[in-house]
Design a protein around this ligand. Structure first.
Ligand SMILES: C[S@@+](CC[C@H](N)C(=O)[O-])C[C@H]1O[C@@H](n2cnc3c(N)ncnc32)[C@H](O)[C@@H]1O
Ligand code: SF4
Length: 388
């Protein structure tokens, strides 16, 4: 059997265009700050585990592009931009966690916490994008038990558990976060606790109040999922979406950010799923949205909306997400990935056990063992999934 093309999660950001006017100067700035860090690193009194990882990171950064192996650490363009916005005091912590995020999934290293946690404020969505699992009634119909919103108490408990251990936290997974009843309180609670706090949104409910809540929460990145630069294409891909409304909301967000938060370090990004090259003119999308946000990016399309009906595909490479991130659904279920949006693989619930114990516990260990021992074809939906 011919195996289908692989979806390399670590490289799924297909393209990214920034509009920073002094980009070259900025990239030079990040490099010189990393050089300065190397000089003083031994004198910072860092814990030995952290120091070991940082030394590996700084040493990898000297490897030229042609000599890199799949596990060599290097800085992608969006990482340079993130570094630019950090205070010097946060640079070692950021680099340590960036290395864990980028390299641990390739070397299959584990410590007590996942490099990234995606917390799902809600699994409910007002859209039915054609490429999304929200098109599957087995996810969306209430009677199947997957639809709901996270309580503020559970959100706070998860944040308390991971603060100081995890820096990359995304407040989004299966649904639309901005339709969550308590989203403003959630944002306020997470504020200032993570170096890489991110949210993806379809921007339908991005009113003035939510714009202020986001800007006050010190998010690192806010992703507007838009996929198109014209109302007709948008309507074909983002079912139930209103292009004019979303555009007006994103425009107003930019005005509020510039007017009321001139020192905000938030990076705004319009993102598109590279689903249909005929209908999505990438250059036109970059030019159109580049007016309103800092970055325009495309991610590879992952055929996850058919995850459970895809036939076994013969792929035997281990999925890197088992070492990169975990998802916590609105009801506390912890899941290894969002391709498994109906939670067949769930190794535990954070209402019953701490997140760190689930990450390092038996259920996860069995999943990783199956993947490492070329047994992923025995698992559903891993057998029909193309992510590695
Ligand atoms: C599932 S959505 C949830 C958050 C929010 N509703 C939104 O659309 O941004 C999270 C991200 O996944 C992207 N996405 C959806 N379907 C995808 C697919 N089949 N392959 C890759 N990315 C996809 C969306 O465009 C969005 O940026
Ligand atoms: S991509 Fe986001 S907005 Fe579109 S259906 Fe999926 S969850 Fe909803």
């Amino acid at each position: 059997m011919d195996t289908p093309p692989l979806y390399r999660k670590g490289e799924s950001l297909q393209s990214l265009v920034g509009r920073s006017p002094n980009r070259l100067r900025e990239l030079g700035g990040a490099r010189s700050r990393l050089d300065a860090l190397e000089v003083k690193i031994a004198s910072l009194g860092l814990p030995s585990t952290m120091l070991g990882v940082l030394n590996r990171a700084l040493s990898d950064l000297k490897v030229s592009q042609g000599e890199r192996s799949p596990s060599t650490f290097f800085l992608r363009p969006h990482v340079f931009e993130e570094i630019e916005r950090l205070d010097d005091k946060d640079l070692p912590r950021y680099l340590y966690h960036r290395y864990r995020y980028d390299v641990f999934p390739t070397t299959k290293e584990l410590d007590g916490y996942p490099p990234c946690v995606q917390i799902e404020p809600t699994s409910i969505c007002n859209f039915r994008c054609v490429f999304c699992f929200q098109t599957d009634p087995l996810l969306t119909l209430r009677k199947h038990g997957h639809a709901g919103q996270m309580s503020l108490e559970l959100f706070k408990a998860i944040v308390d558990q991971i603060e100081g251990h995890v820096e990359f936290v995304t407040m989004a997974s299966r649904g639309e976060p901005l339709l969550t009843k308590n989203i403003e309180q959630m944002l306020a609670y997470a504020s200032g606790k993570f170096l890489g706090l991110k949210m993806n949104t379809n921007a339908t409910f991005l009113d003035e109040k939510k714009a202020h809540a986001i800007l006050q929460a010190e998010l690192n990145t806010l992703v507007f999922s838009a996929d198109a630069a014209d109302a007709e294409t948008y309507a074909q891909l983002r079912i139930n979406g209103d292009f004019d409304k979303v555009m007006a909301n994103i425009k107003r967000f930019k005005q509020i950010k510039e007017r009321d938060y001139p020192n905000s370090r938030l990076i705004t990004r319009v993102s598109g799923v590279a689903f249909d090259r005929e209908r999505q003119d990438h250059q036109a999308i970059e030019a159109f949205w580049g007016e309103y946000v800092d970055q325009v990016a495309f991610v590879d399309y992952n055929p996850w909306e058919n995850a459970y009906s895809n036939t076994p595909n013969g792929i035997d490479e281990a999925c890197s997400d088992l070492w990169r991130r975990c998802f916590v659904w609105w009801d506390g279920k912890m899941n290894p990935c969002d391709v498994d949006y109906r939670s067949f693989l769930c190794p535990g619930n954070v209402e019953d056990e701490p997140l760190s114990e689930i990450w390092t516990g038996k259920g996860y260990a069995t999943l990783r063992k199956n993947h490492l021992e070329v047994q992923r074809q025995s698992l559903t939906p891993c057998q029909g999934c193309v992510s590695v």
